[in-house]
Write a protein that binds this ligand. Sequence first.
Ligand code: AP5
Ligand code: ZN
Length: 217
Amino acid sequence: IRMILMGPPGAGKGTQAPKIQEKYCACHLATGDMLRSQVAKKTQLGREAKKIMDQGGLVSDEIMINMIKGELENNQDCKQGFILDGFPRTVAQAERLDEMLAAKDQKLQHAIELQIDDGLLVSRITGRLVHPASGRSYHKIFNPPKEAMKDDVTGEPLIQRSDDNADTLKKRLSTYHAQTSPVVAYYQKTGIWKPIDASQEPGQVWKSLLGVFGDDK
Ligand code: AP5
Ligand code: ZN
């Protein structure tokens, strides 16, 4: 499978992508997780990215395109297929992705948009808990971990992302509407755009995804 998963902050990209990854043996490339790992390692890129992420802005196209290019070229797990989560976020990124794939005689099969009203996202974002090393996420109310503040798999502590507050969320949403909505429009002109109602409960969203892949029989 070769696909992208779009949707505003909190739409459920990081919740659904691992399920797709498991079912279709594709690699899950989440650009936000990649940036957060640079932040954790305190690299030069990480330091610069943290400022931008905490302001709800976008890291430069050049950096993001090179990051994805590197993975698609060198990550053996991506040869079978990939799920891009959080990329492309600008039309320039979308165009470069098409070029990268065309150079390998490949193209995207699905551009899935997780649709949800902004009003539902505040509670999702402010209640989220994450396991930094794996990117696994939970929710204080909607998907609590088995043990308070501990990852179900490793038992390691869960944290809140520094951009998961109501103020930064407002900025992330306005960035999404200004810069990423045109990406949705870009794919709407192709035959691969598929909208899904992301306000449903997670199991129902998963069923809708299987429907898109034609795997719901
Ligand atoms: P990124 O990490 O991609 O953040 P985002 O797009 O804002 O998306 P989120 O991770 O917040 O939401 P999600 O859709 O994954 O939701 P989740 O499944 O966790 O990017 C962060 C930053 O990095 C950006 O702001 C930007 O600065 C930078 N960046 C990244 N990529 C870039 C790029 N390509 N170009 C430039 N800059 C880039 O769910 C959220 C919560 O809700 C969880 O608690 C979950 O348990 C819960 N939940 C999920 N589904 C449901 C449901 N159906 N019902 C109830 N609760 C649910
Ligand atoms: Zn995410």
